[in-house]
Structure formats: structure tokens, C-alpha cells
Design a protein around this ligand. Structure first.
Ligand SMILES: C[S@@+](CC[C@H](N)C(=O)[O-])C[C@H]1O[C@@H](n2cnc3c(N)ncnc32)[C@H](O)[C@@H]1O
Length: 231
């Protein structure tokens, strides 16, 4: 397990999920992402790819016809399952490199901060291929990612050295995704100490020391992929 980050094998997806859950609840406290994505998923067959502990599933499943929550980590899914019990929800524990759904079967795929956790570009490409395979011809994919700048990037040493975030976001744009929306949102933890502890746990003490407030500004970008066939 990789101790100090949120990449695919992070301990916070397998052993210390309670820490991830606090982080996830604090993220986008004003619900800006929710408000932006809600109209897209209404009355649709939705795949929440890398759904984690169900942050968005909990908010969206009632609006969808069918809601698939897919994640590689059974421990993450266990928390999501405790939040959502409904006939229109199906949990899938597997790698997104092989999605066990038929081709042309999903209206909307949402994936919030997932592809960047897969560090090998070949595997990321495979996930994109799979997303496109299961997507209906008139379907859409929305990726929620961190944009350059803002306190969250600065604290994690991704600003002013923007290379990591820029390289990743460039990769997304090279794959036919366009910016649907970008905005500032923020994390809100219960208190300054909680914010510090969560960041220390995930990214290590040096990063934790940089946290001075329970509110941490975050720049978010929402990318949209629309099936080329009908464009
Ligand atoms: C940063 S978390 C985001 C979770 C959730 N989307 C959210 O917004 O809170 C990344 C999630 O992607 C999952 N994940 C990472 N690699 C994956 C893969 N290859 N296939 C499926 N899920 C994966 C992790 O287990 C983790 O739950």
C-alpha cells in the first residue's frame, strides 16, 4: 500500500477508509459539483465510476433510472452500501479496466477524481476505452478533476509548480474531453485540527503542517466527453 497519497493503492481506500470518508464529506462543502451534475443524471442510466464511499451516489441515486456504483475497493463500497439501499442501485466491485456491463448500455458516466489515481497511462487508456464501450451512442461522460491553482493544490505542493496537474489535465483534453465548467469550491472540516490530521494522514506530516484552517479552497474543473459518432 502507498502510504502518503490518494493514488489507486492508497491505504485510505483499503485500511483507513474512515479517514477518506471524513475527507470526502468535507470536499465541495457548498455542493457546487452536485448542483452542476444533477440536471445531467436525472432520469438516466448512470455509472458512477470509482464511486468510493458513495459521496455522489447518496445524492443522485433517487434521480436516476438506474445507478451503478463501481469501485475497485470493497472496503470503500461497504461504506457506500451503508448509505444507499435501493432497488435501482447496483454495486460493482472490480477494476474499471473491465467493466462488467454490456456495450451501449449507459446514458451518463460520472467519475469524480478517479482517473488520476491510476498512475499507469496504459491502464488509464484502457479505462477510457471501457467507458466509451459501455456508453450509449448519445451518452455523455463527466470527469470532475482538480484545476490548476488554489489552496488545495498549493498545500499538496502542486502549485506554483503546476506540472503534475497540467500534464494530467492535458492528457484528459487530448482524449476529446472539453471543459464543461470550472469554479472555486472549498473543503470544510469540523475544525482546524481535524483538517490538519486528515491531510497529515493522507499526505504526510509536512503537508499536514501547511494546513492552517478548517476551510481549504479548491479549484475544480468538470470535463465532458460527448460520443464522437453524433458530434
Ligand atoms: C479519490 S477517490 C474518489 C472517490 C469518489 N469518486 C469521490 O468523489 O469521493 C478514488 C476512488 O477510485 C477508486 N479506484 C481507483 N482505481 C480504480 C480502478 N482501476 N477501478 C475502479 N475504481 C478505482 C478508488 O478505490 C477510490 O475509491
Amino acid at each position: 500500500m502507498n502510504n502518503f497519497n490518494l493514488s489507486e493503492k492508497s491505504k485510505n481506500y483499503y485500511e483507513e477508509n474512515d479517514i477518506y470518508e471524513i475527507f470526502s464529506i468535507a470536499e465541495d462543502y457548498p455542493n457546487k459539483i452536485y448542483k452542476c451534475l444533477l440536471p445531467k443524471i436525472k432520469n438516466k442510466v448512470v455509472l458512477d465510476l470509482g464511486c468510493g464511499t458513495g459521496k455522489f451516489m447518496k445524492k443522485f441515486y433517487k434521480e436516476a433510472i438506474k445507478y451503478y456504483g463501481l469501485d475497485l475497493s470493497n472496503e470503500q463500497l461497504k461504506i457506500a452500501k451503508n448509505k444507499v439501499k435501493s432497488n435501482n442501485v447496483q454495486f460493482i466491485c472490480c477494476s474499471a479496466e473491465n467493466i462488467p456491463l454490456p456495450e451501449n448500455s449507459v446514458d451518463v458516466i460520472i467519475s469524480t477524481w478517479v482517473l488520476g489515481t491510476i498512475l499507469e497511462v496504459d491502464r488509464r487508456n484502457k479505462v477510457l476505452e471501457e467507458m466509451k464501450r459501455v456508453l450509449k451512442v448519445d451518452g455523455s461522460i463527466y470527469l470532475v478533476e482538480n484545476d490548476i491553482g488554489g489552496e488545495f493544490e498549493e498545500i499538496r505542493n502542486r502549485y506554483p509548480d503546476i506540472k503534475k496537474t497540467k500534464d494530467y489535465n492535458d492528457w484528459i483534453e487530448e482524449h476529446n474531453f472539453i471543459c464543461e465548467n470550472k469554479f472555486k469550491t472549498y473543503f470544510k472540516f469540523e475544525n482546524d485540527n481535524q483538517a490538519k490530521e486528515i491531510f497529515s494522514n493522507i499526505w504526510g506530516e509536512d503537508i499536514g503542517k501547511k494546513v492552517t484552517s478548517k476551510i481549504i479552497e479548491q479549484n475544480v474543473i468538470i470535463y465532458k466527453y460527448k460520443n464522437e459518432i453524433i458530434d
